[in-house]
Design a protein around this ligand. Structure first.
Ligand SMILES: [Zn+2]
Length: 99
C-alpha cells in the first residue's frame, strides 16, 4: 500500500485501484496527537515525581518516547483512515454536491 514511509502508491498492486485521490489529510495526526499525548504526559509526571531521575533525563526519555510513538503510529493510522475513506467512498465536497 505504501510506496515509502507515508506515501501511498499510485495504484493498488493487486487490483489496480487508483490511489491518487487518497488523502487522509490531518486525520491521522490528530488521532496520534491525542493518543501519544495521553501516553507521554503521565509518563513524564511519573518519571519526574516517582523516580529519582534528574529532570533533564526524564524530559529526554519522554521526548524520545513521544517521537518514537508518533513515527510508529503514523503509518497504521494513515492506513486505517484511508481504508475507511475508501470503504465509505468519502471525497472532497464540491459545489455540485450542494446544488
Ligand atoms: Zn486492490
Amino acid at each position: 500500500m505504501f510506496q515509502s514511509y507515508l506515501k501511498f502508491r499510485d495504484h493498488c498492486r493487486v487490483c489496480g485501484a487508483n490511489f491518487k485521490a487518497a488523502d487522509a489529510g490531518d486525520g491521522p495526526a490528530v488521532f496520534i496527537i491525542l493518543i501519544v499525548g495521553a501516553i507521554v504526559t503521565p509518563l513524564l509526571i511519573i518519571l519526574q515525581f516517582g523516580t529519582p531521575l534528574p529532570d533533564w533525563l526524564a524530559l529526554t526519555i519522554t521526548m524520545i518516547a513521544a517521537i518514537v510513538l508518533c513515527l510508529a503510529l503514523l503509518p497504521p493510522f494513515k492506513s486505517v483512515l484511508f481504508a475507511l475513506q475508501w470503504k465509505h467512498k468519502a471525497r472532497e465536497a464540491t459545489n455540485e454536491d450542494i446544488q
